[in-house]
Design a protein around this ligand. Structure first.
Ligand code: GLV
Length: 325
């Protein structure tokens, strides 16, 4: 096919192979790093489609440079990096990769939950530092997990998957969402409550909302104040959902027991005060980073891109209204 596409950074082979089978020109950023805004503007000129990543800021200027592009296929389920309203005005399709990363991401939320509650990272550093001089009755005491209350903020695909993995730990599950989640209520007796009630009652609060103007700083000083001093906050969604400065204060003042974060307000920057605290676990936005998931995400993004170029409905379009015209 005479399609000319650009991939903003090397992705798993499955995605590249699919693009090469279906497009005449497939150019890829040769460097394993995020393109600067200027480099991105240059690279995407005269392309029919662009496969982009959540680290690319796809704004009006980018759409101006990408005249003729019909689609931006984001290799991520979240698409807050893209000005979708502007894309829609211009008739450009935006696609994402839901579903294929649900298990990997929900597994990782559990990994963070265990790491922070049972102080795995701190204990590892301690052991490597040669400080383990023998078992001790007061060494690295953490928080119980089994039998505790899990609060899920945002019971969409990933939040639901996290909750459905909880029965092995005999946890009570509370959730907040704009809509009722019958699966959670029927399968595990989860209860939909207000955000305030969830924060007051949960021992673990795990965030799974999209980043939108409504969810930015959803967790700020007032919300942190409501949490138990023994509770933990886990975030695998998007950093700006938490007011990071308020979180630092809450952690320093031991208003909550700890936080485990995979995402940050100004990635890749991490608040310098978070770096100094022991009661946090910090990972570099890797919740979906399994070989299988990333491969499926790359293929799905490539399939979405090619579908739009071929005039077929892509599986995962976030602004499908542009396809109808
Ligand atoms: C990862 O953060 C994603 O949105 O896919």
């Amino acid at each position: 096919m005479p399609f000319n596409v650009y991939v903003t950074r090397m992705i798993p082979r499955a995605g590249i192979d699919y693009l090469q089978e279906n497009c005449e020109t497939v150019d890829i950023n040769p460097e394993d790093r995020v393109l600067s805004p200027q480099e991105l503007l240059e690279a995407i000129k005269e392309r029919d489609g662009i496969l982009c990543l959540l680290t690319d800021n796809i704004n009006e200027e980018v759409f101006d440079a990408a005249r003729g592009a019909k689609v931006f296929a984001n290799m991520a389920v979240g698409y807050d990096n893209i000005d979708v309203a502007e894309a829609t005005r211009r008739g450009i399709a935006i696609t994402n990769t839901p579903g294929v990363l649900t298990d990997a991401t929900s597994d990782f939320a559990w990994a963070l939950l265990f790491s922070i509650a049972r102080r795995v990272v701190e204990a590892d550093k301690f052991t490597r530092a040669g400080k383990f001089v023998g078992w001790g009755p007061l060494v690295f005491l953490g928080g119980d997990i089994t039998g505790r209350t899990l609060g899920i903020i945002g019971a969409g695909r990933i939040g639901t998957a996290v909750a459905l993995k909880s029965p092995g730990f005999r946890m009570q599950v509370l959730y907040t969402d704009i809509q009722q989640n019958e699966t959670l209520e029927e399968k595990i007796g989860a209860r939909r409550v207000s955000l305030e009630e969830l924060l007051e009652k949960s021992d673990f609060v795990s965030i799974h909302v999209n980043l939108t103007p409504d969810t930015q700083h959803l967790i700020g000083p007032r919300q942190l104040e409501l949490m138990k001093p023994t509770a933990y906050l886990i975030n695998t969604s998007r950093g700006p959902v938490i007011d990071e400065a308020a979180l630092v204060e809450a952690l320093k003042e031991k208003k909550i027991a700890g936080a485990a974060l995979d995402v940050y307000e100004e990635e890749p920057k991490v608040h310098p005060e978070l770096m100094k605290l022991d009661n946090v676990v910090l990972t570099p936005h890797i919740a979906s980073a399994t070989i299988e998931s990333r491969s499926k995400m790359a293929l799905m993004a490539a399939e979405n891109l090619v579908a739009v170029l071929k005039g077929k409905p892509p599986k995962n379009c976030v602004n499908p209204q542009v396809l109808k015209s």
